[in-house]
Unconditional design. Structure first.
Ligand code: SF4
Length: 462
């Protein structure tokens, strides 16, 4: 049985350095603000959201048909299509292809699916060197950490963290944390790896059933150079990435970067429709729990996700706790609704790592009911008896108090006097995780009920 992830403890490690928390919050919230500005320039935004949601729902409810159509068209275009039921099968298919081509080193662009499958450690164990080509992913690879954000994987790091890391790993100047210097240092280090790589791996943002082609969006052009230099290209594609027609792409491409970074378009939106001259292009279509989710009335909408990260950027918990606190491949609200589907015991705390404020649902470009799903996962955790004892006791006491007005009124009076007179250590002690990082605001002079009675006297009894 897996040991469960403790997001509180992991978040405490991240915010132990106060600068991490404030910088992370500022940068991530900045992306949310940029998103709002860009969205305001598109008057038909809400119509686009509705359309995107409908296209995804239609595709998912006819997925068998579209997958076969995609396979047929991709094969006709000279690509090799493989199917993988789970992470192990995905990794094994990739390894067999690499072994058949005697590949010892490959360059890969960012792919959350390959991360989800644990592909890099799998290949490393079998003697294949994998180099991440996306700058943020490379930083995370060198730090031996998973991405902390699905779009900007190293957003939780300060410039000085990166300068220290690069000095240790690629011999750059540890005292120079200028972003241009650091990017140039990595460019110099990465270029020979691009040129020497025997294979390239990418993910895909969208796969088009009608054409058999797929689309990869990056801001660094790293997928393009990767796929253009070595003769072998392998793309891992989750089966939920399908869309029916080429013309549907316009809806999603307009929304992706606006939602992610608040920029009108991704710098490189590359379309792959076949192997390069003299080369081979393999596609691995991966299920890995997606079919199970599709069969779940409560959670199938999660498959509409286009991995834009907007829900993370707006989430007050993610912004302060950092992505690594979620302990899985996916973090933020999308992580909260995806990870328990992989392993409910391991991720049983995640549904409680949320304020349920609903902001994620408001910004999601494909209208996923994220906060409703978070609540539903809490129910699943409770039904499976996985809620921790302290939370269970606290919630049950609160339930009884709220269900009995007289009890609630007594508790209110007790709390009033306790806040004034109780010794400080009762609230701020090592057993109370809440009090470790916060100060309770000063209690108001009167309760809401007292105010209501005085100001809405006629309805006071209500
Ligand atoms: S759930 Fe919605 S907002 Fe979050 S990453 Fe997916 S598409 Fe973007």
């Amino acid at each position: 049985m897996s040991r469960h992830v403790d997001p509180e403890r992991r978040a405490a490690r991240f915010i132990a350095l106060e600068e991490h928390e404030s910088t992370h919050d500022r940068l991530v919230w900045g992306m949310r603000r940029n998103r709002d500005e860009e969205v305001a320039r598109v008057p038909e935004w809400e119509k686009l959201r509705e359309l995107a949601s409908q296209i995804k729902e239609h595709t998912l409810t006819h997925l068998d048909r579209y997958l076969e159509q995609f396979e047929g068209n991709a094969t006709r275009r000279g690509m090799h299509v493989h199917w993988a039921r789970d992470a192990e099968e995905h990794n094994s298919v990739v390894y067999q292809i690499l072994r058949a081509h005697q590949v010892r080193s490959l360059i890969k662009s960012k792919s959350m699916l390959q991360e989800e499958c644990g592909m890099t450690p799998y290949l490393k164990k079998r003697g294949i060197e994998v180099t991440e080509s996306d700058l943020g992913e490379r930083i995370q690879q060198l730090s031996d950490e998973p991405p902390s954000h699905i779009v900007v994987p190293a957003i939780h790091k300060l410039r000085s963290d990166v300068a220290t890391l690069f000095a240790r790993e690629i011999d750059s100047d540890p005292s120079n944390s200028d972003p241009h210097y650091l990017a140039e240092a990595m460019r110099g280090n990465a270029r020979p790896r691009f040129l020497a790589a025997q294979a390239a791996m990418t993910g895909a943002n969208f796969a088009v059933a009608e054409t058999g082609g797929f689309v990869v969006c990056t801001n660094e052009g790293n997928a393009d150079i990767g796929a253009s230099v070595p003769p072998l290209h392998i793309a891992s594609i989750g089966i939920e990435k399908l869309i029916p027609r080429a013309r549907d792409l316009g809806v999603f491409v307009r929304m992706l970067s606006r939602s992610a970074l608040g920029s009108a378009i991704t710098q490189y939106t590359s379309h792959f429709h076949g192997p390069r001259q003299g080369g081979e292009l393999h596609i691995v279509l991966v299920d890995n729990t997606r079919s199970d989710r599709l069969g779940s009335p409560d959670f199938w909408h999660g498959l509409k996700c286009i991995r834009c990260g907007a829900c993370m950027n707006t989430c007050p918990v993610y912004r302060r706790a950092g992505g690594l606190s979620y302990g899985g491949t996916y973090s933020g609200p999308i992580g909260v609704i995806l990870e328990p589907g992989f392993d409910i015991e391991r991720f049983r705390e995640l549904p409680f790592h949320s304020s349920l404020c609903g902001s994620c649902t408001e910004v999601c470009p494909v209208k996923i009911d994220i906060s409703d799903q978070i609540y539903k996962w809490r129910r699943v955790v409770a039904e499976k008896g996985l809620v921790k004892l302290t939370k269970k006791v606290g919630m049950s006491a609160l339930g009884t108090t709220l269900a009995h007005p007289s009890l609630f009124h007594s508790a209110e009076s007790l709390a009033e006097s306790a806040l004034e007179h109780a010794p400080r250590f009762l609230l701020y002690n090592p057993l109370n995780a809440w009090g470790r990082h916060r100060e309770l605001p000063a209690a108001p002079a009167r309760t809401f009920r007292q105010w209501y009675r005085e100001n809405r006297g006629n309805h006071g009894s209500a």
